[in-house]
Design a protein. Structure first.
Length: 221
């Protein structure tokens, strides 16, 4: 379920970018139409109550087109989440060559957020609210995030010349994901208040709290 870097780059493409071949633009528009239809129908009717047939009818494509675009209903439902992690994976390589690695991952997430399309904010807020009411989607996203962490670990291991099993890499990749979860959850709860700058500020605060949290201790009695 993890996304490769090539896949990440593809998800970052703008379907209205005239520099892309017409066929690629059409394919990206079909993907967006299916994802939008899925999010709307799942929100209105519920994930389990909505069929693939209803999705393809709403997007005016064939069933085979749906499964060429998304492997599952779950994948179509969480496209905004997938876009985020694809952009993150594309932003990570080359940032950890100097300085604190956790800072590099923070900067990668902030850069990824800045690259997402303008309408992503609303789609992400709606997607996260849908996920919270659908246990199957929550499990799907958690599993997907684990795959993303593995790709980050691999990228860092290559860049830093470390073994991919190095415990420090696993911890720092997990801390970055956790910091995003906290910042993103608060941002969604606030209905996306402050837009991207507000989300970036929440990310910085969450990452800044990591070293402070590691030293947290009770005051002597």
């Amino acid at each position: 379920m993890a996304l490769g870097i090539g896949r990440a780059t593809m998800l970052d493409m703008d379907p209205d970018d005239r520099s892309l071949p017409l066929r690629e633009r059409k394919r990206l528009r079909t993907r967006r139409a299916l994802a939008d239809a899925a999010l709307r129908l799942f929100t209105e009717r519920g994930f389990d109550a909505t069929t693939v047939e209803q999705l393809v009818d709403a997007a005016e494509v064939s069933r085979s087109t749906f499964f060429r675009t998304f492997a599952t209903k779950e994948a179509a439902a969480v496209e905004a989440e997938t876009e985020l992690w694809a952009a993150y994976l594309a932003a990570v390589p080359g940032r950890a060559g100097s300085g604190v690695v956790l800072d590099a991952l923070r900067d990668s997430l902030i850069a990824a957020v800045g690259e997402l399309p303008p309408e992503w904010d609303a789609r992400y807020v709606t997607t996260r609210r849908l996920i919270l009411t659908t246990p199957g989607l929550l499990g799907y996203v958690e599993y997907h995030r684990t795959g993303v962490e593995q790709e980050v670990i691999g990228s860092l291991a290559t860049e830093l010349g470390l073994d991919a099993e190095d415990l420090r890499l696993r911890i720092v990749a997990g801390l970055a994901t956790t910091a995003w979860s906290i910042a993103g959850r608060d941002w969604v709860r606030a209905d996306g208040a402050g837009g991207r700058p507000g989300l970036a500020d929440r990310l910085r605060a969450a990452f800044a709290a990591v070293p402070l949290s590691l030293g947290l201790a009770a005051e002597p009695g």
